[in-house]
Design a protein around this ligand. Sequence first.
Ligand code: PRP
Ligand code: URA
Length: 209
Amino acid sequence: MGKVVVFNHPLIQHKLSIMRDKNTGTKEFRELLSEISMLMVFEVTRDLETEAVEVETPICKCTCHVLSGKKLGIVPILRAGLGMVDGVTSLIPNAKVGHIGLYRDPKTLKPVEYYCKLPADSENRELLILDPMLATGGSASAAINFIKQRGCNHIRLVNLIAAPEGIARIQKDHPDVDIYVAAQDERLNEHGYIVPGLGDAGDRLFGTK
Ligand code: PRP
Ligand code: URA
């Protein structure tokens, strides 16, 4: 079973509290999502492989460590995942960026696919899926399926807020995928929204409601 890492860092919790507030506007919401994504990816990448290299400083030669192993890629789930891209690429500027377009049918709550473009060499990369909300888990599970169909089996899921239902769904469908969240909330309501959550992440990010 994949692990679930819940960040309890004070800076992340502080920023997330402001995002949850219904009076926080689009500009601040967008900035905070980007900042939290950057803080999270610092921890998400903690166990990446490194290798020793020799570096000559102005003083002497020394052994240092640089990233080795699989190259990274990030895959935001459209739309709301786009709000996490800048924060992540500010720390991993060479990451290739794929996109998966999914929206949740409001009646059935099932994910509907409308776009999928992944890095050509996805099978050789470690891919981070980005989406602020893990509610029923249907969208994230479908996105992971697309990625696995391309031969990539090194996947981490990065969410801002997860419902227990979404975490359980990913652990059942994809026990090999680790999940990283800033907060685990209480439950889903009858419309499939996370409680207390922050409302509709895509609408709040892009100001469409
Ligand atoms: C939201 C969110 C996730 C999905 C989560 O997207 O960004 O992708 O819902 O719900 P689930 O876990 O029940 O599948 P939405 O469908 O609202 O699309 P949008 O980002 O384009 O607004
Ligand atoms: N999608 C959102 O944007 N918010 C939720 O609470 C659930 C799904």
